[in-house]
Design a binder for this molecule. Structure first.
Ligand code: SF4
Length: 347
């Protein structure tokens, strides 16, 4: 889901570049509806990984449409073969040595940029305003350099996911789903202790300790995550007085909407940080086996990233392995933060 949320600026600028066209999205099951409801896309078609029938259904469905621009950020052969079966006036993707037969327009993949910028490069030369914005970008390395208080340079406003979302729409969806009635918090901090990738998770005990400190300072702690993180969420919530355990209890849209009612989001290098960025909330993120150079930093204005810089073994995988290959998991074991570190976001 994180990758999709980092595509929000691409959705925004694609709509802006082709104002008379509708924007459709092909995505994994469960992710289309929240983006549709937030007004980021106009249609969606969902596929299930490994379920060939769902791919064929989408291809058949797309035959009903006249497609002007087909933009494919994915560069796998499987995606290219799917694209080959879809008719479109222009097909755009990142350049691979072999994919010239599938796409007329191919753009260099510039890995030094944060992911949202890399994605926007797919349509950069189609919109003069976007081109002008690109001319004013800071050098790429500045976006992954932290200062001594762990802050990162904010994303430029025109490419910030939070800027791409219509606040009136957010408010109307909050009313529709009664978010303020169900989750009206005075002083809340959301903790996301889980991740799909086991080695990307900060230690459960440390989340508990941090949650207890937040509670002692008068904050309502809210534990969030997907249904598969429910057991972890319950273990963490049980040891933090007054904590509200919501893992598995809210769907993606409700989770996004209720984040607008919290002061700060704290989680691992995972979709939680991109959810916070989309909803324009300050975010604190823990990086273990992954590094900022990969391009997946929380892409927003108020962000702190904590990591253990002294380890030579980092990074050890593009997502982080299932278990630490060295057995000690020091990238997370040795990562400590205090309330003092979070203070600017808690005031
Ligand atoms: S090898 Fe290093 S970076 Fe990878 S999980 Fe272990 S401690 Fe973390």
């Amino acid at each position: 889901m994180g990758d999709l949320l980092l595509s929000t600026p691409l959705f925004h600028w694609t709509k802006k570049t082709y104002p008379n066209q509708k924007l459709g999205l092909i995505c994994r099951k469960g992710l289309g509806q929240p983006l549709l409801e937030l007004g980021l896309i106009d249609f969606y078609w969902e596929i299930e990984k490994g379920n060939q029938k769902t791919y064929q259904n989408v291809i058949q469905e797309l035959k009903k449409f006249e497609i002007n621009q087909l933009i494919s950020p994915h560069t796998s052969l499987r995606t290219a073969l799917m694209v080959a079966q879809i008719k479109a006036h222009h097909k755009i993707s990142f350049k691979k040595i072999w994919n010239f037969i599938f796409f007329q327009n191919r753009v260099s993949f510039e890995k030094q940029w944060p992911e949202s910028i890399r994605l926007l490069k797919l349509i950069e030369n189609r919109n003069p305003e976007l081109q002008q914005n690109f001319n004013n970008l800071r050098p790429s390395e500045e976006y992954i350099l932290k200062n001594e208080t762990h802050d990162l340079l904010p994303a430029p406003s025109w490419a910030d996911p939070g800027f791409c979302i219509d606040q009136n729409r957010v408010e109307s969806k909050k009313q529709q789903y009664q978010i303020n009635e169900k989750y009206r918090f005075n002083n809340a901090v959301a903790l996301f202790p889980g991740s799909v990738w086991a080695t990307k998770m900060w230690k459960k005990e440390k989340f508990i300790e941090l949650g207890q400190s937040l509670h002692a300072k008068g904050f309502q702690v809210v534990i969030m995550g997907g249904p598969e993180e429910k057991t972890l969420g319950e273990e963490v919530a049980r040891q933090i007085p007054g904590a509200l355990q919501l893992c598995g209890k809210t769907n993606v849209l409700e989770s996004l909407l209720l984040l607008t009612n919290v002061k700060l989001v704290i989680g691992n290098d995972s979709s939680s940080s991109h959810m916070a960025a989309l909803m324009n909330r300050p975010v604190v993120s823990f990086f273990g086996p992954t590094v900022l150079h990969f391009g997946y930093r929380p892409w927003t204005g108020k962000v702190k990233v904590f990591e253990v810089n002294s380890l030579n073994c980092r990074p050890c995988g593009s997502h982080g392995p299932k278990v630490c290959p060295l057995g000690h998991h020091k990238c997370m074991q040795d990562l400590n933060i205090t309330l003092q570190d979070l203070q600017p976001f808690l005031n």
